[in-house]
Design a protein around this ligand. Structure first.
Ligand code: 6MZ
Length: 416
């Protein structure tokens, strides 16, 4: 299929050819990525190359070589490739993901490999027309030469170089993450570093926030709360992975979250009471929360990640789109126009990219392109960067979206 085959009937009941056109269109629109973990972005090919270089044997259960060209992730070449987008060929349970994250540091164990994965991640987002990226990462001691400070300096250095040298313009910001499965002491160190970088004139604009993530079945928000409060007082914005898992059997027929299906209800409640600037995932949050807020807290939602970790596609033979239709919240969020930012979470782990996430959402919930464009455009409002940068990017995104939608309508195809 060629790009100019674009015909544009954008509803779900369309044939594969027209929906590939939808993919091409979505690839072109400017995007905003607010939820991506650096070590979850590693190209599978790079991980294998690093493993070979460092004589590391990766678990064959989780890591399988792919034939795909890693530089050109999931670009549709023909109708057959639709299947590759729709089917969850490599299931990733929550446990699988965290098993994989535990193996990655054996390969990414020095400044060079950190530089490489950061640069590749930035290239991969820019290739999908991401114009604003908030990447997050947990600072790590990689070896004797690379402590947590050097780790962050390296990531920030790559972002600076990338912005200066890459022809496509992508504004990059960094969120420093706390891993809830690690100690409070580690969390305290990460907050200290984020605050120190925030105060330094060289990186003040670049570091915008803090995240609490990591295995949701480990650790407890209550002990990280004072550290996050300290970060907030220092001007950092806060996003919390919240209600990512339910206490009950997650594979049973989930429709809506209630108090009994909430992941450790008191923790979720404490997170909501903390009033973070954004919530990550928010899959199992009491129903009353969504309607009772004075100021609706934006949610970073990651469609493929949720389908995988909630194992929603298991019931429908690995079909991502149908899995997504079982999502506990997405339909309601879309119906109520809840503030959302669509993220990839871990594109290397879930074999996804920013275009694919939007495409799946359109297909699963029968959205037309103008709705998805508006959703992307609005998500820039929830970015953690300074107001001037935000307004500038909002104007650029708006103009580019308009041009793309108009040229699409010129072909007599767009449904508003
Ligand atoms: C919670 C996640 C995550 O920080 O080493 N991470 N935390 N839920 C998820 N859903 C699948 N996916 C990734 O990137 C990898 C780390 O990000 C967090 C975990 O702490 C993981 O170890 P960095 O760059």
């Amino acid at each position: 299929m060629k790009e100019n085959d674009f015909k544009g009937n954008y509803h779900n009941n369309i044939g594969p050819r027209a929906s590939s056109s939808l993919y091409f269109f979505l690839q072109k629109i400017p995007k905003v990525e607010l939820h991506a973990h650096l070590n979850g972005c590693i190209r599978p090919g790079t991980l294998f190359a690093l493993a070979e270089e460092k004589c590391v044997t990766l678990s064959s259960h989780h890591f399988q070589p792919t034939k795909k060209n890693d530089n050109d992730q999931t670009l549709i070449q023909g109708d057959d490739d639709e299947d590759a987008l729709l089917y969850n060929v490599q299931p990733r349970s929550l446990q699988d993901c965290f098993d994989m994250f535990a193996e990655i540091p054996r390969c990414v164990n020095d400044v060079d490999s950190l530089r490489r994965i950061t640069l590749e991640a930035l290239h991969d987002f820019a290739a999908h027309n991401v114009v604003y990226l908030e990447l997050r990462t947990t600072p790590k001691v990689l070896n004797a030469e690379c402590d947590k400070r050097t780790y962050l300096e390296t990531v920030l250095g790559v972002m600076n170089e990338f912005e200066q040298s890459y022809t496509r313009s992508m504004t990059c910001r960094l969120i420093v993450a706390i891993d809830r499965s690690l100690s409070e002491e580690e969390a305290c160190e990460n907050v200290d570093l984020a605050i120190a970088f925030r105060k330094s004139t060289l990186s003040a604009d670049r570091i915008v926030g803090m995240d609490l993530g990591g295995n949701p079945t480990r650790g407890d928000f209550h002990c990280f709360r004072p550290h996050l409060e300290r970060a907030r007082q220092a001007g950092l914005r806060i996003t919390l992975h919240c209600g990512e898992v339910a206490d009950c059997d997650m594979t049973s027929n989930i429709t809506h979250a209630d108090e009994t299906s909430c992941s450790t209800y008191s923790e979720v409640q404490a997170m909501l009471d903390f009033h973070p600037d954004r919530l990550g995932h928010a899959l199992f949050v009491p129903n009353t929360f969504w309607s009772s807020q004075e100021r609706r807290i934006p949610v970073e939602t990651c469609p493929t990640s949720n389908v995988m970790t909630l194992e929603l596609a298991q019931h429908v033979r690995g079909h991502l789109m149908e899995g997504l239709q079982q999502h506990p919240q997405l339909r309601e969020w879309l119906d109520t126009q809840y503030p959302l930012a669509i993220g990839t979470d871990d594109p290397g782990v879930f074999d996804t990219n920013p275009t694919k996430e939007l495409w799946l959402l359109c297909r699963a919930f029968d959205l037309n392109v103008s709705i998805i464009c508006r959703l992307v455009e609005q998500s820039m409002e929830y970015a953690f960067c300074d107001e001037a940068t935000k307004r500038r990017l909002q104007e650029d995104i708006h103009e580019e979206m308009l041009l793309l939608l108009q040229s699409n309508q010129g072909k007599g195809s767009c449904e508003d």
